[in-house]
Design a protein around this ligand. Structure first.
Ligand code: BEZ
Length: 238
């Protein structure tokens, strides 16, 4: 066993996003300082010029403007070099048509990480899956540079970008309205109100005294949150 390699603890939800400086297809970036005030989705893929990754990039690039409207910037990473990244993104734009998406330009930065320095900092190299390629990791980082959600997929499994968007909007909703979101929540669905903090509030809720609140039991109460109000609030920050 090689004991010389430094073990870097994996970042966790609630941690400040690890800092790095990197070369990307859009120039050098200093992370997270260059992105203060924006949400960021920092995601890794195993390798350029591979089919699952190509389907993901064409999809994410097509959705980039939708994420931008929710004040969220995208940053990709793989352990390939800059010229490979450039050649692959040119190939996607010039040659790939997938599910009606064609002539797609990837405008968000794609980090070159041949040394795996950034991938290691973010726990994107998971040797049980591959010690030479990053897994499909997704880090949601908030405007203060705090990691708010992490998703990992194996090499063979393409991500669901509608779910990433849903998760982003759900976290922004929780922040803006001090609520939580139930299973499979979508904008327009009822949201969960904070738990009753006293016996009196629990009683009032169960007796239907809290306007617009529906209780399944004293600890599980929801209220409507109008879709238009919600989207106006979270999307206006873009
Ligand atoms: C792909 O993107 O198709 C892929 C990449 C690495 C391993 C397996 C699949």
């Amino acid at each position: 066993m090689d004991t010389s390699e430094t073990i870097i603890p994996m970042p966790r939800i609630g941690d400040p996003a690890p800092q790095f400086k990197a070369i990307t297809t859009q120039g050098e970036i200093n992370f997270p300082s260059d992105y203060k005030g924006s949400w960021v989705i920092l995601f890794s893929h195993p390798a350029d010029f591979t089919p699952v990754c190509t389907s993901e990039f064409i999809t994410f690039a097509t959705l980039e403007e939708k994420f931008a409207q929710a004040n969220c910037k995208l940053i990709g990473l793989s352990v390939d070099g800059l010229y490979s990244h450039i050649a692959w993104l040119r190939n996607i734009k010039e040659k790939i048509e997938y599910k009606g998406m064609k002539n797609v330009e990837v405008k968000f930065p794609l980090i070159e990480d041949i040394t795996m320095e950034v991938a290691r900092k973010y726990g994107m190299i998971q040797p049980g899956e591959s010690s030479t390629k990053a897994v499909r990791a997704v880090f949601f980082i908030d405007p203060k540079g705090i990691i708010r959600a992490i998703v990992y997929y194996p090499l063979s499994l393409g991500r669901n970008f509608d779910e990433l968007y849903r998760a982003l909007i759900a976290m922004q909703t929780a922040d803006a309205f001090s609520v939580a979101t139930p299973a499979d929540w979508q904008p327009g669905d009822d949201v969960i109100v904070p738990p009753a903090g006293s016996c009196g509030v629990a009683k009032d809720r169960m007796e239907g005294k809290e306007k617009d609140t529906t209780c399944y039991d004293w600890y599980f109460c929801t209220k409507p949150l109008d879709k238009e109000t919600l989207l106006k609030t979270v999307l206006k920050k873009a």
